[in-house]
Design a protein around this ligand. Structure first.
Ligand code: OSB
Ligand code: MG
Length: 373
Protein backbone atom coordinates (compact mmCIF):
# COMPACT_ATOMS: atom_id res chain seq x y z
CA UNK A 1 0.00 0.00 0.00
CA UNK A 2 1.32 3.41 -0.93
CA UNK A 3 -0.51 6.04 1.08
CA UNK A 4 -1.41 9.05 -1.07
CA UNK A 5 -3.55 11.17 1.19
CA UNK A 6 -4.89 11.34 4.75
CA UNK A 7 -7.81 13.47 5.87
CA UNK A 8 -8.61 14.01 9.54
CA UNK A 9 -12.14 14.95 10.60
CA UNK A 10 -12.82 16.19 14.11
CA UNK A 11 -16.47 15.24 14.52
CA UNK A 12 -19.00 15.85 17.25
CA UNK A 13 -22.08 13.63 17.26
CA UNK A 14 -25.10 14.27 19.49
CA UNK A 15 -26.01 11.22 21.60
CA UNK A 16 -29.68 10.21 21.81
CA UNK A 17 -29.37 10.60 25.59
CA UNK A 18 -26.61 11.88 27.90
CA UNK A 19 -24.26 9.12 29.07
CA UNK A 20 -23.05 9.53 32.66
CA UNK A 21 -20.04 7.73 34.09
CA UNK A 22 -17.94 8.21 37.22
CA UNK A 23 -15.75 10.60 35.18
CA UNK A 24 -18.53 12.82 33.86
CA UNK A 25 -21.50 13.29 31.54
CA UNK A 26 -21.13 12.89 27.79
CA UNK A 27 -23.76 14.67 25.67
CA UNK A 28 -21.91 14.74 22.39
CA UNK A 29 -19.51 12.05 21.33
CA UNK A 30 -16.46 13.71 19.83
CA UNK A 31 -13.83 11.71 17.98
CA UNK A 32 -11.47 11.91 15.03
CA UNK A 33 -12.27 10.05 11.84
CA UNK A 34 -9.49 9.28 9.40
CA UNK A 35 -9.94 8.91 5.66
CA UNK A 36 -6.87 7.38 4.06
CA UNK A 37 -6.36 6.90 0.33
CA UNK A 38 -3.78 4.30 -0.71
CA UNK A 39 -3.34 2.84 -4.21
CA UNK A 40 -6.54 4.66 -5.13
CA UNK A 41 -8.56 2.85 -2.44
CA UNK A 42 -10.24 4.76 0.40
CA UNK A 43 -10.28 3.40 3.95
CA UNK A 44 -11.82 4.78 7.13
CA UNK A 45 -10.57 4.69 10.69
CA UNK A 46 -11.88 5.99 13.99
CA UNK A 47 -9.68 7.40 16.72
CA UNK A 48 -11.79 6.89 19.84
CA UNK A 49 -10.19 9.58 22.04
CA UNK A 50 -12.91 11.79 23.53
CA UNK A 51 -12.97 15.60 23.80
CA UNK A 52 -12.08 15.46 27.52
CA UNK A 53 -9.37 13.40 29.28
CA UNK A 54 -11.83 11.77 31.74
CA UNK A 55 -11.41 8.19 30.57
CA UNK A 56 -7.86 8.37 29.23
CA UNK A 57 -5.20 11.05 28.81
CA UNK A 58 -5.72 11.14 25.06
CA UNK A 59 -8.23 13.68 23.75
CA UNK A 60 -9.35 14.71 20.28
CA UNK A 61 -6.91 17.60 20.71
CA UNK A 62 -3.87 15.48 21.59
CA UNK A 63 -4.72 12.91 18.91
CA UNK A 64 -5.01 15.64 16.27
CA UNK A 65 -1.59 17.00 17.26
CA UNK A 66 0.10 13.58 17.43
CA UNK A 67 -1.42 12.46 14.12
CA UNK A 68 -0.64 15.67 12.25
CA UNK A 69 2.82 16.39 13.65
CA UNK A 70 4.24 12.93 14.33
CA UNK A 71 2.37 9.87 13.08
CA UNK A 72 1.41 11.01 9.59
CA UNK A 73 4.96 12.26 8.84
CA UNK A 74 6.25 8.77 9.74
CA UNK A 75 4.12 7.36 6.91
CA UNK A 76 5.66 9.50 4.14
CA UNK A 77 7.38 7.41 1.42
CA UNK A 78 6.58 4.16 3.22
CA UNK A 79 5.30 1.18 1.34
CA UNK A 80 3.14 -0.76 3.79
CA UNK A 81 2.49 -4.42 3.11
CA UNK A 82 0.21 -5.08 6.10
CA UNK A 83 -1.78 -2.81 8.48
CA UNK A 84 0.23 -4.07 11.48
CA UNK A 85 3.41 -2.61 9.87
CA UNK A 86 2.44 0.75 11.38
CA UNK A 87 3.28 -0.57 14.85
CA UNK A 88 6.96 -0.66 13.90
CA UNK A 89 6.80 2.63 12.03
CA UNK A 90 5.15 4.33 15.03
CA UNK A 91 7.72 3.10 17.59
CA UNK A 92 9.43 6.52 17.74
CA UNK A 93 6.21 7.91 19.26
CA UNK A 94 5.65 6.95 22.90
CA UNK A 95 2.11 6.23 24.03
CA UNK A 96 -0.91 7.70 22.22
CA UNK A 97 -2.43 4.30 21.43
CA UNK A 98 -5.77 5.73 20.27
CA UNK A 99 -4.13 7.99 17.67
CA UNK A 100 -2.09 5.04 16.36
CA UNK A 101 -5.10 2.70 16.34
CA UNK A 102 -7.10 5.14 14.18
CA UNK A 103 -4.49 4.91 11.42
CA UNK A 104 -4.25 1.13 11.70
CA UNK A 105 -8.03 0.75 11.40
CA UNK A 106 -8.15 2.74 8.16
CA UNK A 107 -5.34 0.59 6.74
CA UNK A 108 -7.26 -2.58 7.69
CA UNK A 109 -10.23 -1.18 5.79
CA UNK A 110 -8.04 -0.58 2.69
CA UNK A 111 -6.30 -3.95 3.05
CA UNK A 112 -9.64 -5.74 3.27
CA UNK A 113 -11.02 -3.89 0.26
CA UNK A 114 -7.88 -4.74 -1.73
CA UNK A 115 -8.12 -8.42 -0.85
CA UNK A 116 -11.90 -8.52 -1.25
CA UNK A 117 -12.33 -9.83 2.31
CA UNK A 118 -14.22 -8.51 5.32
CA UNK A 119 -12.21 -7.84 8.50
CA UNK A 120 -13.81 -10.83 10.19
CA UNK A 121 -12.23 -13.12 7.56
CA UNK A 122 -8.84 -11.42 7.82
CA UNK A 123 -9.02 -11.94 11.60
CA UNK A 124 -10.09 -15.60 11.11
CA UNK A 125 -13.24 -15.03 13.11
CA UNK A 126 -16.01 -17.53 12.53
CA UNK A 127 -19.11 -15.98 14.05
CA UNK A 128 -21.69 -14.43 11.72
CA UNK A 129 -23.23 -12.55 14.63
CA UNK A 130 -21.92 -11.64 18.07
CA UNK A 131 -23.56 -11.48 21.49
CA UNK A 132 -23.90 -7.93 22.74
CA UNK A 133 -25.05 -6.05 25.80
CA UNK A 134 -25.68 -2.47 26.77
CA UNK A 135 -23.74 -0.11 29.03
CA UNK A 136 -26.17 1.87 31.17
CA UNK A 137 -25.09 5.30 32.43
CA UNK A 138 -25.41 6.42 36.05
CA UNK A 139 -28.99 7.48 36.86
CA UNK A 140 -30.28 9.86 39.52
CA UNK A 141 -32.05 7.21 41.61
CA UNK A 142 -32.44 3.42 41.78
CA UNK A 143 -36.01 3.91 40.49
CA UNK A 144 -34.81 5.78 37.40
CA UNK A 145 -32.20 3.09 36.84
CA UNK A 146 -34.88 0.38 36.98
CA UNK A 147 -36.91 2.27 34.34
CA UNK A 148 -33.89 2.64 32.08
CA UNK A 149 -32.89 -1.01 32.46
CA UNK A 150 -36.48 -2.12 31.77
CA UNK A 151 -36.34 -0.20 28.48
CA UNK A 152 -33.16 -1.93 27.36
CA UNK A 153 -34.44 -5.37 28.36
CA UNK A 154 -37.59 -4.59 26.41
CA UNK A 155 -35.42 -3.69 23.40
CA UNK A 156 -33.88 -7.18 23.62
CA UNK A 157 -30.56 -6.75 25.42
CA UNK A 158 -29.75 -9.75 27.56
CA UNK A 159 -26.67 -8.39 29.27
CA UNK A 160 -26.70 -5.20 31.28
CA UNK A 161 -23.64 -3.25 32.45
CA UNK A 162 -24.25 -0.64 35.12
CA UNK A 163 -21.93 2.30 35.48
CA UNK A 164 -21.20 2.88 39.18
CA UNK A 165 -19.39 5.40 41.38
CA UNK A 166 -19.11 5.92 45.14
CA UNK A 167 -22.60 6.66 46.51
CA UNK A 168 -24.27 5.16 43.45
CA UNK A 169 -23.24 1.56 43.69
CA UNK A 170 -24.46 -1.17 46.06
CA UNK A 171 -28.07 0.09 46.35
CA UNK A 172 -28.37 0.55 42.60
CA UNK A 173 -26.97 -2.89 41.86
CA UNK A 174 -29.21 -4.50 44.49
CA UNK A 175 -32.31 -2.84 43.02
CA UNK A 176 -31.58 -4.16 39.51
CA UNK A 177 -30.61 -7.65 40.70
CA UNK A 178 -33.72 -7.96 42.91
CA UNK A 179 -35.94 -6.92 40.01
CA UNK A 180 -34.16 -9.24 37.54
CA UNK A 181 -32.66 -12.28 39.30
CA UNK A 182 -31.71 -14.01 36.03
CA UNK A 183 -30.09 -11.42 33.75
CA UNK A 184 -26.38 -11.22 32.94
CA UNK A 185 -25.25 -8.26 35.04
CA UNK A 186 -21.91 -6.50 35.47
CA UNK A 187 -20.62 -3.13 36.70
CA UNK A 188 -18.02 -0.60 35.56
CA UNK A 189 -16.49 1.95 37.95
CA UNK A 190 -14.06 3.66 35.56
CA UNK A 191 -11.37 3.97 38.26
CA UNK A 192 -13.59 5.68 40.85
CA UNK A 193 -12.53 3.71 43.97
CA UNK A 194 -9.47 3.21 46.17
CA UNK A 195 -8.19 0.07 47.79
CA UNK A 196 -9.37 1.32 51.21
CA UNK A 197 -12.94 0.91 49.89
CA UNK A 198 -12.43 -2.85 49.45
CA UNK A 199 -15.04 -3.64 52.13
CA UNK A 200 -17.64 -1.63 50.28
CA UNK A 201 -16.76 -3.28 46.97
CA UNK A 202 -16.96 -6.72 48.56
CA UNK A 203 -20.65 -6.05 49.25
CA UNK A 204 -21.09 -6.47 45.50
CA UNK A 205 -20.07 -10.13 45.82
CA UNK A 206 -23.59 -11.13 46.90
CA UNK A 207 -25.22 -9.92 43.65
CA UNK A 208 -23.83 -12.50 41.26
CA UNK A 209 -22.11 -10.15 38.88
CA UNK A 210 -20.24 -11.47 35.84
CA UNK A 211 -17.43 -9.07 36.67
CA UNK A 212 -16.44 -5.75 38.21
CA UNK A 213 -14.72 -3.55 35.62
CA UNK A 214 -11.84 -1.21 36.49
CA UNK A 215 -12.68 -0.33 40.10
CA UNK A 216 -9.27 1.28 40.87
CA UNK A 217 -6.87 3.69 39.20
CA UNK A 218 -5.72 3.02 35.67
CA UNK A 219 -2.04 2.97 36.70
CA UNK A 220 -2.55 0.67 39.67
CA UNK A 221 -2.21 -2.96 38.66
CA UNK A 222 -0.85 -3.92 42.07
CA UNK A 223 -3.81 -2.64 44.05
CA UNK A 224 -6.14 -4.48 41.67
CA UNK A 225 -4.19 -7.61 42.59
CA UNK A 226 -4.70 -6.90 46.30
CA UNK A 227 -8.39 -6.16 45.73
CA UNK A 228 -8.94 -9.29 43.64
CA UNK A 229 -7.65 -11.39 46.55
CA UNK A 230 -10.47 -9.98 48.71
CA UNK A 231 -13.30 -10.42 46.19
CA UNK A 232 -15.06 -13.51 44.85
CA UNK A 233 -16.32 -11.62 41.77
CA UNK A 234 -13.79 -11.56 38.90
CA UNK A 235 -12.15 -8.20 38.26
CA UNK A 236 -11.95 -7.09 34.64
CA UNK A 237 -9.49 -4.42 33.55
CA UNK A 238 -10.25 -1.76 30.95
CA UNK A 239 -8.27 1.50 31.45
CA UNK A 240 -5.20 -0.33 32.87
CA UNK A 241 -4.50 -2.40 29.76
CA UNK A 242 -2.73 -0.28 27.14
CA UNK A 243 -0.76 -3.01 25.36
CA UNK A 244 -0.38 -6.78 24.98
CA UNK A 245 2.42 -6.57 27.57
CA UNK A 246 0.09 -5.01 30.14
CA UNK A 247 -2.41 -7.80 29.50
CA UNK A 248 0.19 -10.46 30.19
CA UNK A 249 1.49 -8.71 33.30
CA UNK A 250 -1.97 -8.07 34.75
CA UNK A 251 -2.86 -11.75 34.35
CA UNK A 252 0.48 -12.94 35.72
CA UNK A 253 0.12 -10.84 38.84
CA UNK A 254 -3.53 -11.70 39.34
CA UNK A 255 -4.72 -8.11 38.93
CA UNK A 256 -7.75 -9.36 36.97
CA UNK A 257 -9.32 -12.54 35.64
CA UNK A 258 -11.01 -11.04 32.58
CA UNK A 259 -9.88 -8.47 30.02
CA UNK A 260 -11.91 -5.84 28.20
CA UNK A 261 -10.34 -5.37 24.76
CA UNK A 262 -10.72 -1.99 23.05
CA UNK A 263 -8.63 -1.63 19.92
CA UNK A 264 -8.15 2.10 20.49
CA UNK A 265 -6.92 1.73 24.05
CA UNK A 266 -4.36 -0.98 23.18
CA UNK A 267 -2.95 0.79 20.12
CA UNK A 268 -4.77 -1.01 17.34
CA UNK A 269 -6.57 -4.02 16.00
CA UNK A 270 -3.30 -5.98 15.60
CA UNK A 271 -2.59 -5.58 19.33
CA UNK A 272 -6.18 -6.61 20.07
CA UNK A 273 -5.63 -9.81 18.07
CA UNK A 274 -2.44 -10.47 20.07
CA UNK A 275 -4.20 -10.00 23.40
CA UNK A 276 -7.07 -12.19 22.26
CA UNK A 277 -4.66 -14.95 21.20
CA UNK A 278 -2.70 -14.79 24.44
CA UNK A 279 -5.87 -15.01 26.54
CA UNK A 280 -7.52 -17.67 24.34
CA UNK A 281 -4.53 -19.97 24.70
CA UNK A 282 -4.79 -19.66 28.49
CA UNK A 283 -8.54 -19.89 28.83
CA UNK A 284 -8.85 -16.28 30.03
CA UNK A 285 -12.18 -14.75 28.92
CA UNK A 286 -12.08 -11.49 26.97
CA UNK A 287 -14.86 -9.28 25.65
CA UNK A 288 -15.06 -6.28 23.36
CA UNK A 289 -15.47 -2.93 25.08
CA UNK A 290 -16.98 0.13 23.45
CA UNK A 291 -16.23 3.85 23.19
CA UNK A 292 -19.63 5.00 21.88
CA UNK A 293 -18.20 4.49 18.40
CA UNK A 294 -19.67 5.71 15.15
CA UNK A 295 -20.59 3.04 12.60
CA UNK A 296 -16.92 2.94 11.55
CA UNK A 297 -15.49 1.86 14.89
CA UNK A 298 -18.56 -0.26 15.59
CA UNK A 299 -17.96 -2.29 12.41
CA UNK A 300 -14.39 -3.00 13.56
CA UNK A 301 -15.61 -4.03 17.03
CA UNK A 302 -18.08 -6.49 15.53
CA UNK A 303 -15.36 -8.12 13.42
CA UNK A 304 -13.11 -8.42 16.47
CA UNK A 305 -15.83 -9.86 18.70
CA UNK A 306 -16.37 -12.65 16.14
CA UNK A 307 -13.17 -14.33 17.37
CA UNK A 308 -13.63 -17.43 19.51
CA UNK A 309 -12.04 -16.10 22.73
CA UNK A 310 -14.61 -13.32 23.06
CA UNK A 311 -16.46 -15.30 25.70
CA UNK A 312 -18.69 -12.55 27.10
CA UNK A 313 -21.13 -10.18 25.33
CA UNK A 314 -19.54 -6.95 24.09
CA UNK A 315 -20.41 -3.30 24.73
CA UNK A 316 -21.46 -3.10 21.10
CA UNK A 317 -25.05 -1.92 21.16
CA UNK A 318 -27.31 -1.13 18.21
CA UNK A 319 -26.83 2.21 16.44
CA UNK A 320 -30.14 3.55 17.78
CA UNK A 321 -28.85 3.26 21.37
CA UNK A 322 -26.35 6.01 20.52
CA UNK A 323 -27.23 8.03 17.42
CA UNK A 324 -30.30 9.27 15.65
CA UNK A 325 -28.12 9.85 12.62
CA UNK A 326 -24.82 8.00 12.21
CA UNK A 327 -21.87 8.72 9.93
CA UNK A 328 -22.27 5.39 8.14
CA UNK A 329 -25.05 4.48 5.73
CA UNK A 330 -25.42 1.18 7.56
CA UNK A 331 -27.14 1.11 10.94
CA UNK A 332 -26.51 -1.85 13.22
CA UNK A 333 -29.64 -3.44 14.63
CA UNK A 334 -30.19 -5.78 17.54
CA UNK A 335 -31.38 -9.28 16.63
CA UNK A 336 -34.04 -10.87 18.89
CA UNK A 337 -31.34 -13.10 20.44
CA UNK A 338 -29.33 -10.07 21.69
CA UNK A 339 -26.75 -10.34 18.89
CA UNK A 340 -25.65 -8.05 16.08
CA UNK A 341 -24.62 -9.28 12.63
CA UNK A 342 -20.95 -9.04 11.71
CA UNK A 343 -20.37 -6.99 8.52
CA UNK A 344 -19.55 -9.23 5.56
CA UNK A 345 -18.54 -6.70 2.91
CA UNK A 346 -14.81 -6.19 2.18
CA UNK A 347 -12.84 -4.19 4.74
CA UNK A 348 -14.90 -2.66 7.52
CA UNK A 349 -17.94 -3.27 5.34
CA UNK A 350 -19.48 0.15 5.88
CA UNK A 351 -19.99 3.21 3.68
CA UNK A 352 -19.64 6.75 4.99
CA UNK A 353 -22.41 9.23 4.34
CA UNK A 354 -20.68 12.40 3.12
CA UNK A 355 -23.75 14.38 4.08
CA UNK A 356 -23.74 13.23 7.72
CA UNK A 357 -19.96 13.51 7.92
CA UNK A 358 -20.11 17.11 6.70
CA UNK A 359 -22.91 17.91 9.14
CA UNK A 360 -20.96 16.73 12.20
CA UNK A 361 -17.46 17.86 11.21
CA UNK A 362 -15.98 20.68 13.33
CA UNK A 363 -12.59 20.74 11.64
CA UNK A 364 -10.96 19.01 8.70
CA UNK A 365 -7.35 18.66 7.57
CA UNK A 366 -6.01 16.97 4.43
CA UNK A 367 -2.37 15.94 4.11
CA UNK A 368 -0.97 14.82 0.73
CA UNK A 369 1.79 12.25 1.08
CA UNK A 370 2.95 12.27 -2.57
CA UNK A 371 4.47 8.86 -3.30
CA UNK A 372 8.18 9.02 -4.26
CA UNK A 373 8.85 8.19 -7.94
O1 OSB B 1 -15.51 2.38 30.35
O2 OSB B 1 -16.34 1.05 28.95
C1 OSB B 1 -16.13 2.20 29.32
C2 OSB B 1 -17.95 4.67 27.03
C3 OSB B 1 -16.98 5.65 26.91
C4 OSB B 1 -15.81 5.52 27.58
C5 OSB B 1 -15.57 4.41 28.38
C6 OSB B 1 -16.52 3.40 28.49
C7 OSB B 1 -17.75 3.55 27.83
C8 OSB B 1 -18.84 2.60 27.94
C9 OSB B 1 -19.85 2.57 26.81
O3 OSB B 1 -19.03 1.89 28.89
C10 OSB B 1 -19.60 1.44 25.89
C11 OSB B 1 -20.38 1.57 24.60
O4 OSB B 1 -21.55 1.26 24.60
O5 OSB B 1 -19.79 1.98 23.58
MG1 MG C 1 -14.94 0.42 31.05
Amino acid sequence: MKIEQITLYNVSMPLVAPFETSFGRILNRDCILLEIVADGVTGWGECVADRDPGYAYETTGTAWHILKDFLIPLLIYRDISHPSDVQGLFLPVKGHPMAKAGVEMALWDIYGKQSGLPLVRLFKGERQKVAVGVSVGIQSSPGDLLDTVAGYLQAGYRRIKLKIKPGKDVKYVAAVREAYPEILLQVDANSAYHLDQADLLSELDQWELLLIEQPLAEDDLWDHHLLQKRLATPLCLDESILSPRHARQALEMGACRIINIKAGRVGGLSHSLEIHQYCYERGVPVWCGGMLETGIGRAANLALAALPGFALPGDISATERYYQEDITEQRFVLNPDSTIDVPQQPGLGVDVSRKSLHKYTLEKLTVHLGARQ
